[in-house]
Design a protein around this ligand. Structure first.
Ligand SMILES: Nc1nc2c(ncn2[C@@H]2O[C@H](COP(=O)(O)OP(=O)(O)OP(=O)(O)O)[C@@H](O)[C@H]2O)c(=O)[nH]1
Length: 430
């Protein structure tokens, strides 16, 4: 069966997306790498493509009968004179006796089906999401700001007081070097300007924290077609950090921007991961390339996803990967293989490492291992709604040298936001 095309999805309502602010996500980034023409010698098998919800849910009358691909057991059946061939005939062929006592005509039936079939969702635009989610960030992280403001407002600060300031920053997972840097800068300011007023203090902290978060980093995500091919984005990270959820949420962000993603379920280790991803995709009419075989070769699934994305003229192919294998070496080898195989067909434009913010510094060790195995281009920090360790943003950027591009701020489908440094610092300090 020909894979359903992302382009076949019914035209979505014109969305209300406006140009993102400079500090926010920007999908206009165009990767420069050239297309590689080489193909895999052995065609991967067993891939199946999920029907996007839009195709499943479109009224039957919208289908061209020629395009309906019947399952094998039906294609060989002779078409009898009574077999319905159009939506109307199909509707009228329904035995009315089975429909309770009421007589339903085709129109009523369609209305009934529409009422019981969930519609393709319209995801929220990404612009300003961090503003909407700021309350969650503030709830978990404003304690740091409050502690700093009250400590620094004491007036003359002793060495012990400055040590308390350091402890607050270290406790927030800012890391030793950024903590020392920040404390040195604040001490210099106090030495130069004397004891600050509360407003001054707030301004100083805002300026210094923002400098540490580094608003100059390029946080755009490569999700725009590159010449004649879709962008390819791969998501990596240990199990349970929120990779599958992030791919699903990111697909929604892209759909809200009228982009057409294709999802690749290359986490073949966890049986339910492909189903989970497919469900995310179906909710917004996005096709998922997956294997029905548990333990199938993830590289083959990823390869097929890129192939399908190219054939369907998608904007971007989002590849979910496994976070757990029998051992760490095996997992890293597998990720390298996925990368290698995908690159036989297309460069990988973006490789996002998903880190669970609640694991704090422990997550850093994993982060280093992943970034050694694959070229990580950005970080998604999930579960930032559930931790007071927001300093990890600074730590991870310094350790890996790549920006935090997205943050997860809840379990809701639209609780993924482009990371906005200024909104982040505001939430910490207010
Ligand atoms: N509170 C909160 N929960 C999140 C966030 N992101 C993901 N989760 C939850 O984290 C759990 C794990 O998410 P998954 O997406 O299944 O994690 P995964 O990394 O794909 O896991 P594996 O497939 O085992 O590798 C789920 O219950 C998600 O709802 C977030 O930003 N905030």
């Amino acid at each position: 069966m020909a894979p359903p095309s992302a382009k076949d999805a019914p035209r979505r309502r014109a969305n209300t997306y406006q140009a993102a602010p400079a500090s926010s996500i920007d999908f206009s980034k165009v990767a420069q790498a050239p297309v590689e023409a080489a193909a895999l010698e052995q065609a991967p098998d067993e891939q199946v493509v999920s029907e996007p919800a839009s195709a499943q849910q479109a009224p039957a009358a919208d289908y061209d009968a020629d395009q309906i691909d019947l399952p094998d057991d039906q294609t060989n059946d002779p078409v009898t004179a009574t077999a319905p061939v159009t939506a109307e005939e199909a509707a009228s062929a329904i035995d009315t006796e089975e429909l309770d006592t009421e007589e339903l005509d085709a129109e009523e039936l369609r209305a009934d089906q529409a009422a019981t079939t969930p519609a393709v969702e319209k995801p929220e635009s990404a612009v300003g999401r961090m503003g909407r989610l700021r309350g969650r960030l503030a709830r978990s992280n404003s304690a740091i700001g409050k502690a700093l403001l009250s400590l620094l407002a004491k007036g003359e600060l002793s060495d012990a007081d400055w040590e308390d300031v350091e402890d607050v920053l270290l406790g927030a997972d800012l890391g030793a070097s950024a903590t020392t840097e920040l404390v040195d800068r604040l001490r210099t300011r106090v030495a130069v300007h004397g004891t600050p007023t509360p407003e001054q203090l707030h301004d100083w902290l805002h300026t210094e924290l923002l400098a540490l978060v580094d608003p100059s980093m390029d946080r755009r995500i490569a999700a725009t077609r590159v010449g004649e091919r879709p962008a390819v984005l791969m998501v990596v990270g240990v199990n349970g950090t929120g990779k599958t959820t992030t791919v699903g949420k990111l697909a929604r962000v892209l759909v809200a921007q009228d982009k057409q993603p294709v999802l690749g379920a290359a986490d073949t280790f966890r049986a339910a991961a492909a189903d989970q991803l497919q469900t995310w995709g179906a909710r917004v009419g996005v096709p998922t390339i997956r294997s029905d075989k548990e333990g199938a070769d993830p590289a083959a699934v990823a390869f097929d996803a890129v192939k399908a994305g190219t054939e369907q003229h998608a904007d971007v192919v989002l590849i979910d990967t496994a976070g757990r294998l029998h051992n760490k070496v095996g997992l890293m080898d597998e990720l390298r293989k996925v990368k290698r195989v995908v690159e036989k067909q297309s460069p990988i434009d973006e490789c996002l490492l998903v880190l669970d913010a609640t694991t704090g510094q422990n997550g850093m060790q994993q982060a280093r291992i992943f970034s050694e195995a694959v070229d990580v281009t950005g970080v998604v920090l999930t579960k930032l709604d559930g931790t007071a360790k927001g300093g990890i943003v600074v730590l991870v950027q310094r350790e890996l040298g790549v920006p935090v591009k997205l943050v997860g701020l809840g379990e809701g489908p639209d609780d993924l936001a482009p990371f906005d440094p200024s909104a982040f610092v505001d939430a910490v300090l207010n």
